[in-house]
Design a binder for this molecule. Structure first.
Ligand code: VG1
Ligand code: CO
Length: 598
């Protein structure tokens, strides 16, 4: 298959294109922006230049894969040509071009033939795809972790000064060729078609006991429902849950990747995973629907996002918030071999806007924990502190975000399927002594027991999408000027009995390498009339492709278990009303209701 082994490299003049600044996770733009001119080439050339800049040897082995969204294959062909033009020797591409983000992370770390130095992932993750929707590219570095801010800042700089890119005039690579096929692009550049599943499966098998899970799945009263939302995670769920664990194929919904995600929004939350939510006997507020008979509902329900790194977890008539899920996994680490065989987690972390449910468990169980800015890249250094910096080893490590992200140090990305297997393992352990045929201990029992033991952190997030960027900044400025730089005393009390205590702007100094991140969200601390604390965080999203999205994160602690049975949005309504007045939300932004509540 010598598709042009003597192909000549061309240097093509180009000029900088504005706005190529990667956000929380990669660069996301409307697909039409990516399709225009040499947008893809400019971005990839800048990326290669930065990767070749450091102390490491030049980029030699790279994985290129995508979540299968509209424009996936065309962009991959362009990327292959630019990589070959830059002399990258080994380009690994999964069969059909599709791989979930966690699978790419696993493959970078352990693919046969040695480690890759990086992975280029074509995804806009939970954002919709198709004409008029989003496309994106993120880059993962040599340990499989999302590129650090230092890298993405340098990349952005390059895009502003680029004057040419290198490419070749090779024929298209056939991504459907069988695993192991090679395509000689130039004398020194080869594309190899790889198995998308191998490395990832290996990493999951290191974490969980597949034999025991297979036996548990056979119990005739256990059932699971997984919604792939037509994203890249579907084929992986099929491979793991059906082929390996032995669950019936009817356990899967929307497991085939589609370029437009079936016109859905591949974001696994109560709003966008509404089918699954309904099938789990839940209302859109995430509480048990009294009209649904609990009997026919699966024991475990789950969904993942466009690139398979997020997860939603539910049980019969119960929704587990991602922050609670993280805390519960930590408290049940004995059920997960990855932790159990190494004496338990040596570190845990959550992003700042996630609830403090994790902190309470970590303190009780004496596990060091960290609070990081939003985005998985900040967990990377903590997980690799020994490997990279020869510092304290925090592995095995557990971390997560309120935005439906959970994972461990088996890879360096959040991992939707990992969370599903973690919950299945927790259920399996909880049912160890339950006789075949007897009713199972359910997700709901595990969650309510957890709240009874530690108290409940009521939690939800309001997203205001498509806000004018200037108005969104005005809101942040108002809070900063009046309450952070000003004083909480300037906020008048009202009859709600909910009082502002103080306000801070979150900044982070990485405990491993000392790097700093500023302006990572505004935190408003309140006191409730009950005396319990409450907190509201405001942040501007870094994953949107147009306008601004304001995220408002609400959290309120309740020790009294007689009050745990409420729907979170309801329990938090008074706090929401109060804070919206305190920050003059409607007055400043003109918005009187959120786009979604999750
Ligand atoms: C959002 C989430 C954040 C997550 C990021 C990437 O970022 O809030 O927690 O890490 O998406 O997830 P932002 O800046 O829009 O709030 V994914 O699955 O879209 O790569
Ligand atoms: Co994602």
């Amino acid at each position: 298959m010598a598709a042009g082994a003597s192909t000549v490299t061309r240097e093509v003049p180009t000029s900088p294109i504005s706005g190529m600044k990667p956000g929380t996770s990669g660069l996301r733009k409307k697909v039409e922006v990516w399709q225009e001119g040499t947008y893809v080439e400019n971005f990839i050339q800048s990326l290669v230049d930065v990767a070749n800049d450091g102390d490491d040897p030049s980029l030699d082995t790279v994985i290129v894969a995508g979540d299968g969204r509209y424009y996936n294959d065309e962009a991959m062909q362009k990327i292959v040509r630019v990589l070959a033009g830059n002399g990258v020797s080994n380009i690994w591409i999964p069969r059909f071009g599709i791989m979930s983000t966690p699978a790419v992370s696993a493959a970078i770390r352990r693919c046969e033939g040695g480690k890759a130095q990086g992975g280029i992932v074509l995804t806009a993750s939970h954002n919709p795809g198709g004409p008029g929707e989003d496309f994106g590219i993120k880059y993962n570095e040599a340990l499989g972790q999302p590129a650090a801010e230092e890298f993405t800042d340098a990349l952005y700089e390059k895009t502003m000064s680029i004057s040419s890119f290198k490419t070749v005039d090779s024929e298209d690579v056939d991504f459907s060729a069988s695993v192991g096929s090679t395509f000689q692009i130039t004398d020194s550049s080869t594309v190899t078609i790889m198995d998308p599943f191998d490395c990832y499966l290996e990493s999951l098998k290191d974490c969980f006991d597949f034999d025991k899970l297979r036996q548990f799945a056979k119990r005739n009263n256990f059932s699971l429902l997984f919604d792939g939302m037509h994203g890249a995670g579907g084929p992986f769920a099929k491979r793991v849950l059906v082929n390996e664990i032995g669950l019936p194929e009817t356990s899967l919904l929307r497991a085939n990747p589609l370029p437009d995600f079936g016109k859905g929004h591949p974001d696994p939350n109560l709003t966008y995973a509404s089918d699954l939510v309904k099938k789990m006997g839940l209302t859109p507020e995430g509480v048990a629907d009294p009209a649904v008979d609990i009997e026919g509902i699966p024991n475990l329900g789950a969904a993942n996002d466009g690139d398979g790194d997020r997860n939603l977890i539910a049980g019969k008539g119960v929704f587990v918030t991602p922050s609670d899920s993280l805390a519960i996994i930590l408290d049940n680490w004995e059920a997960i071999p990855h932790f159990a065989k190494r004496g338990g987690p040596k570190g845990a972390a959550r992003s700042m806007p996630s609830s403090a449910a994790l902190d309470v468990v970590a303190k009780a169980r004496n596990i060091p924990f960290f609070v990081t800015p939003t985005g998985w890249k900040f967990f990377g250094n903590l997980m690799s502190s020994k490997e990279l910096f020869d510092n304290t080893d925090y592995t095995p490590f557990l971390c997560g975000e309120e935005s439906f992200g959970t994972g461990s140090d088996h890879i360096r990305e959040k991992d939707g399927l990992w969370a599903v297997l973690a919950w299945m393992s927790i259920l399996m352990k909880a049912n160890e002594n339950v006789k075949e045929g007897d009713p199972l201990v359910e997700v709901k029992d595990i969650v309510t027991n957890h709240w009874a033991k530690y108290g409940r952190h009521f939690y939800c997030r309001y997203d205001y999408e498509g806000v004018d960027s200037d108005l969104a900044n005005d809101l942040m400025d108002f809070i900063r000027n009046n309450y952070v730089e000003g004083s909480a005393d300037s906020c008048e009390a009202d009859d709600s009995g909910i009082n502002l205590v103080d306000a801070i702007e979150f900044g982070y100094t990485d405990p491993v390498d000392g790097s700093k991140a500023t302006n990572q969200g505004l935190i408003l601390n309140f006191n409730l009339s009950s005396g319990d604390p409450a907190r509201v965080v405001f942040r501007l999203s870094g994953t949107g492709s147009a306008g601004a999205t304001i995220r408002m994160y609400l959290e309120q602690y309740e020790k009294d278990s007689s009050k745990h049975d409420q729907a979170a949005p309801l329990a938090l309504k008074d706090l929401a009303n109060r804070v919206l007045k305190v920050v003059k939300f409607e007055q400043i932004t003109g918005r009187d209701a959120p786009t979604v509540i999750t």
